[in-house]
Design a protein around this ligand. Structure first.
Ligand code: PLP
Length: 384
């Protein structure tokens, strides 16, 4: 491959926006209703029907959905919540906002999801909930976690930010927990720029809905045209987390494309897995039997003792010589200043992932040439 510093940057991620999203937004802008209203309700309905969950509430981000989930769960000072450290800071941050303490557990070395056994071992009399995160879009062991949560009287919350369209043994990620959260952040499988969804059991989502609109007992859309918008009651100290209709318009159009987006991601993943097999010290993702992953991430794992370069050297060469951007998922939460020292035991698999994992570009806006460019560059880098 000719190394061309002249080539345009291939970003790690780029949304695929078409005329459908633009038409939905234009329609909303012309409609005169910009905040949470008919588009957000239609988006909620689409997600609810697709997942087969009792209720869905469209909010401003996955972080907002997590915060509302924890508030609706009634978490408070001194409660413990089991969560992986191999996740984004949104979960522990929102937990701390409620006074609850995140208890970090390690992940399994095949899928990098929390293992039900490790979660069970971390349960104490103060444990109230387990938050699982479907790493990269590969669902965790949903049946085992449901069983564990039921047996121990705990709430199961799925952070499905990476797994909007993934199944395990026929069960859709995000449909098994008492509550589950979606992210429609700009780099996610489906985007609305910023946005999220809280789905799950009706009474919990209803509580979250109340908390997410100031604690006001009706939505402004419900009051519109039937009574004064000022005619309401506040029953709990709520926050403002609703998704506006301009955002929902984009999300709704994107949601309709989710199966096609996932199929294209799977195709790119299959190409990478085939083409990168045999590069020394490079491992590609494991997909367990019975799993249809969502492929938010395509991760490679670089063993510094076997590969010609370290993970960071590979990332640096891909960027500087081939203009290919990559990412890392994640800096484990217990490495971050606020959380340092909070891990109560060693997290060896999490540490290994932190040192070796690299996220390759894998998204529907990539052309076949883009995918080939990544494959050829990696072979080139390995050919030192
Ligand atoms: C696993 C996970 N959970 C939650 C979030 C937060 O999502 P949002 O930016 O929509 O708040 C992210 C964001 O990247 C994430 O990766």
């Amino acid at each position: 491959m000719i190394r061309t510093e002249e080539q345009p940057l291939l970003p790690w991620n780029r949304p695929l926006i078409g005329d459908e999203e633009i038409a939905e937004v234009t329609d909303t802008l012309h409609s005169g209703w910009l905040t949470h209203g008919p588009k957000a309700i239609a988006f909620e309905q689409a997600v609810r029907d697709d997942l087969g969950v009792e209720d869905a509430f469209a909010v401003s981000s996955c972080t907002a959905a997590l915060h509302l989930a924890f508030l609706a769960a009634g978490l408070q000072d001194g409660d413990e919540v089991i969560t992986p450290a191999l996740t984004f800071c949104a979960t522990p941050n929102a937990l701390l906002q409620t006074g609850a303490r995140p208890v970090f557990v390690d992940v399994d070395p095949a899928t990098f999801n929390v293992d039900p056994g490790a979660a069970e071992a971390a349960i104490t009399p103060r444990t109230r909930a387990i938050v699982v995160m479907h790493y990269g879009g590969h669902p965790c062991d949903l049946a085992a976690f449901r069983k564990l949560a039921d047996a121990r009287g705990l709430l199961l919350i799925e952070d499905a930010a990476h797994a909007l369209h993934a199944t395990r043994d026929g069960r859709r990620a995000g449909s098994v927990g008492d509550l589950a959260t979606h992210s429609y952040y700009a780099n996610k499988v489906v985007t609305s720029g910023e946005g999220g969804m809280l789905v799950g059991r009706a009474e919990l989502v209803q509580t979250a809905r109340l908390l997410g609109r100031h604690g006001i007992n009706s939505s402004v859309w419900q009051r519109h045209g039937s009574r004064s918008t000022a005619d309401y009651e506040v029953t709990v100290p709520g926050l403002k987390y609703v998704m506006p209709d301009i955002t929902a318009a984009v999300g709704l159009a994107q949601w309709r494309k989710l199966p096609a987006f996932t199929a294209r991601r799977a195709e790119i993943a299959a190409t990478y897995t085939r083409a990168l097999a045999g590069l020394p010290g490079l491992a590609t993702p494991t997909v367990l039997a019975g799993v249809q992953p969502g492929w938010f991430l395509y991760s490679i794992f670089i063993d510094p003792d076997v590969a010609p370069l370290t993970r960071d050297q590979v990332a640096e060469r891909l960027l500087s010589e081939y203009r290919i951007a990559t990412s890392r998922h994640f800096t484990p939460v217990h490495y971050l200043q606020l959380y340092r020292g909070l891990a109560t035991g060693p997290l060896p698999v999490t540490d290994t992932v932190a040192a070796r994992q690299l996220s390759l570009p894998c998204y529907p806006a990539m052309t076949h040439e883009d995918v080939d460019r990544v494959v050829v560059a990696l072979h080139d880098v390995w050919n030192v």
